[in-house]
Write a protein that binds this ligand. Structure first.
Ligand code: ATP
Length: 237
């Protein structure tokens, strides 16, 4: 296979005296969806935040598109096209929908702001209808669309989605997974952290299982589903 778009080796990270990630190796190639699975507290969000340089790595390396970004500033990470849609959406509630989207292109793709706004509105017509509305008054599903739309405004080369379906109704979850599959078909590489394991594995080519800050499994989605212990632990069947 060609060189990975994202290549993580021996990554260690934590908070104060708490060590969370205990030496993670992970690769993600251009055009792939990779699912990162694990129970609550396994370290998935810490992984996303460390790769995005929001939490400083203690050891190990993170390479993105061939460049060592382990000690990069998070703005530089965004500028390179590694875009993180955080758990809990983290939209700006007192800014309008349009202002939230425009902030997505603050660091990257600013010159293409107008055309990307149109693209996002075409993808999420609901956001266009609410363009002047305070983002804090959107429904949960609309806020999730806004968070993803804001990420797309930066023309990501890799989109990290941290629990995008959290709190959404089953119908919206279906819609969201359809959207993620569409983005992938358009060539976007995606790292997907999700509790909806079956739906994630249905659209991901490969998966990693994180337990207690260490990778317990890596392989294709099919291989994971063929592993009794993992299927029982994550799908209950
Ligand atoms: P979930 O699925 O519940 O979101 P997760 O796999 O994303 O879990 P993390 O949020 O990465 O897990 O948390 C891993 C561990 O790190 C947990 O034990 C958590 O309590 C701890 N932790 C997370 N953030 C901090 C912090 N800011 N300070 C101290 N400990 C933290």
């Amino acid at each position: 296979m060609t060189e990975a778009l994202l290549s993580v080796r021996g990554l260690r990270s934590g908070y104060g005296p708490v060590e969370v990630l205990r030496g993670i190796d992970l690769d993600l190639h251009a055009g792939e969806i990779v699912a990162l699975l694990g129970s609550n507290g396994a370290g998935k969000t810490t992984f996303n935040q460390t790769v995005s340089a929001l939490v400083i790595a203690r050891a190990g390396t993170v390479h993105f598109d061939g460049a060592d970004i382990t000690r990069a500033h998070y703005r530089d990470v965004v500028a390179r096209g590694l875009i993180h849609v955080p758990e809990g959406r983290k939209i700006f509630p007192n800014l309008s929908v349009r202002e939230n989207l425009e902030l997505g292109s603050f660091t990257r793709a600013r010159a293409n702001r107008a055309v990307n706004l149109e693209r996002v509105f075409a993808l999420f017509p609901r956001l266009l209808e609410r363009t002047g509305q305070h983002a804090g008054t959107l429904s949960g599903g609309e806020q999730q669309m806004l968070a993803i739309g804001r990420g797309l405004m930066a023309e990501p080369r890799l989109l990290i989605l941290d629990e995008p379906s959290l709190g959404l109704s089953p119908l919206l979850v279906e819609e969201l997974f359809g959207l993620i599959a569409d983005l992938h078909r358009q060539g976007l590489a995606i790292l997907l952290v999700e509790q909806n394991v079956a739906q994630s594995l249905a659209i991901a080519q490969r998966a990693y299982v994180l337990e207690n800050g260490a990778i317990q499994f890596s392989g294709t989605s099919g291989e994971l589903l063929a592993t009794d212990r993992l299927r029982q632990a994550y799908l209950g069947v």
